[in-house]
Design a protein around this ligand. Sequence first.
Ligand code: HEM
Length: 475
Amino acid sequence: MDPPVYLAGVLALLFATVWFLFWRGHDSLAHIPSIGVSSGPLGKYIASVLSISRTREWLDEGARKYPSGVFKIPPDDVLSFQEAATEAIEADYTLSGWREAASRPDVHIGLIRGKLTRSLGSLFPAVYDEIRTSFEDVFELEPEKTGWTPLVARDALMRVICRTTNRVFVGLPLCRNEEFVDLNIRFTMDVAMSAFIIKLFPAFLKPYLTPMRRAYRDGERLMRDFVDERLRETASHKGIEWEDKPDDLLQWMIDLANERELQPDFLIKQILRLNFSAIHTTLISIMHAFYHIAASPEYQTPLREEVLHAISTYGWTKDAMDRLFKLDSILRESQRHFGLGALSMPRKALRASGFTFSNGTHVPTGTTLAVSARAIHFDEGVYECAEEFRGFRFAGESEGGARYVNASASYVPWGYGRHACPGRFWAANEMKAVLAYLLAHYEFRLEDQAVPKETWFGHNVVPHQTAKVLFRRRA
Ligand code: HEM
């Protein structure tokens, strides 16, 4: 991110303080009970700052005090990036051109929910190949090496996830380009940081801020020739299928593109936007599960047995992944415990009359609402001994059909309803393949056997970023 942006951020913080203290209007949500919010503009401002470390506590308190009602938590003006909420990531200024893509959800979201999901079986050999080569590259463990090698597992898995995801987004050779991988890993962080800064500015100044300029310039530099070549190749075949036609999301988008979407700048930005939705969400989810597996032989041994049995019967295929019921369960359980954070399903009330809940609670237009994932996931009425992490809690159910990918009113890490994550089928399959590969080829353990502690920022949670895991090739 450009350095002047940081300076601008400090100035904006001063501006925001004055705005909060003197200019913020009447509180139209005063009739809703509050947790962690004191009255008056200063109280709200203090609560916003405290929300960075206290949101999870407040949500738990809210669920205790108002188990079946509505309660509000402090506004997220200070540190918030809820990736599903456009408003939270200031997408108009960070995810350049997103409205164009969002205007054709049937194509852009449809390709993820439909074609990508339907192709999981046929794409599996490419996915497996990318997982295998990524691990060779990032682990650099010599085949004859028998000792334990300590690695920052998060960094290693980040590169594996980024490459594997991009193997189906853009294919070879781009998915292996180190700079391209770095850019996509950095992009999400840059969006989050830029959104944080942009949020501090008043609306009329926001269009003048361009914190993502460098990322898009790098995207253009790294992808332009590749995308141009794809477009030329596609045009030269004049709509007729050809042998060796690439089978990836970029090609599917080109095939369905309208005139505007055939412009290289649209496609380049769309690749970055897709990476934004896909990579860190997947990394966060897999890391929570991985640490639990690494910390406990009681999980690792039966999981390895399950994987070895499935691949000896079905080979490295999607069919084998579909039979990993214990692995499915531990992913589902770790997402129940942590997910992407304590809130889910952000929704903004847009009707001029606001929105009235069935219990009569009214919120005015412009209010952002969210579901407390914690209240749902730790409800004893739904989950027995809900506070306990039971990795194989869902393993029995899985065989009968309840799966990691199932979104429901009592399981919201993927959201729920019309906007439930369209990439979850892909993500679940990818995470299972990566973990299965690790279990089949490596032994791994944490030095002190304890699950590394996660970190909460406001309502967002991230797994430990620097914990080292010891790896050893299996004989
Ligand atoms: C474990 C990984 C992932 C998690 C936990 C996750 C979670 C979510 C959540 C919570 C939502 C919002 C749903 C709602 O508010 O109702 C969402 C939306 C979305 N996700 Fe994911 N996601 C993951 C992976 C992916 C991947 C891999 C892709 C792309 C291939 C993707 C693409 C999207 C898109 C495009 C939306 C917006 C859907 C819409 O506007 O209707 N996600 N995701």
